[in-house]
Design a protein around this ligand. Sequence first.
Ligand SMILES: NC(=O)c1ccc[n+]([C@@H]2O[C@H](COP(=O)([O-])OP(=O)(O)OC[C@H]3O[C@@H](n4cnc5c(N)ncnc54)[C@H](O)[C@@H]3O)[C@@H](O)[C@H]2O)c1
Length: 337
Amino acid sequence: MSSYEFNFGQFKTAVGFYELENLIPDSGSLFIADENTSYLIPKKYLDRCVILPPGEEFKSWESIDKILTKAVDLELARDANFVGVGGGVICDMTAFAASLFMRGCSVTLIPTTLLSMADAALGGKTGVDFKGYKNLVGSFYPAKELRIAVDSLKTLSKREFLSGLAEVIKSAMIGDVELLEYIENSRDDILDLKKESLNYIINSCIKVKGRIVEEDLYEKSVRANLNLGHTFGHALESVTGFSTFSHGEGVVWGITKAMDTSLELGIVSKDYHSRILSLLKSYNYRLEADVKATDIIDAMKLDKKKKGGVVKFILQTAPGETLIREVPEDVLYSVLK
Ligand SMILES: NC(=O)c1ccc[n+]([C@@H]2O[C@H](COP(=O)([O-])OP(=O)(O)OC[C@H]3O[C@@H](n4cnc5c(N)ncnc54)[C@H](O)[C@@H]3O)[C@@H](O)[C@H]2O)c1
């Protein structure tokens, strides 16, 4: 499989694909995992481990405190390497803690969900949820190394897998027309977790994201395209209390609403609009949500991505053609009715 090195400003990230048996590096001085991913860490390292409870509710300052406390107990120094083994929650927190420890120590990320392999672990956004707001506190701190073993996805639940596939579809829409066709034509291989299929889709997403983040680490311009579906999706997650829809399920709904918005504004063809909806239906995603337009619009206004008090939307006009713009409220009501 391919391996890459990306340059993100002053940071470099090497990405490599591994077999399970050599996935965990010897270079770790502190390992961070959750209760569902700690099985991947060899027993000989368990005294250097922080194992957190799983889930978004533990993406918190208290977890960062536990990681940093363990680093102090182990008397680690500035040359420490924090190794995060888990989904987006563990990867975001490991890199955040590493960015703080001794003003920044090295970090290796070992993503174990499709979402974190294809998206979250690459690109340096770190953080925790704080005072009820998602990812409110964090830093830009790319890992020096990403190690991926697609076989670790075998223990992931189907729901989490499909949640991650939503980000894969998003990346394909934004930056890889061939990947989009592949996802349309290879449904069974992907859902059966065929190794070549997983390697191909993850590899493709890494190239899309790596290219974009190399251009715009701090999300001043094109990186915002990666938020396709996220403004609507986050609003849905928030209105439904962050428990009914997973992140990826919110993104899927958000993509459909973004495509409906493009159609309503007359900036996308009916063909591309129905192509995306058919693709999402073919993977049995839930495309409807019983929510009020007003609640979604209010939640979007609160979205932290709002700039100068105006909510901006990432919309598509064609495969690979993405733009960011404001949308009149009457259009939003029409799309959300
Ligand atoms: N930094 C970024 O650029 C970025 C991008 C997108 C999302 N995110 C963040 O990622 C998080 C979501 O990540 P996620 O969807 O991976 O969720 P997650 O980390 O909560 O993992 C989902 C569930 O799967 C379990 N799990 C993980 N790997 C497993 C495996 N191999 N086998 C069995 N169970 C496993 C976890 O324990 C958890 O219960 C959010 O907090 C989001 O903010 C960050």
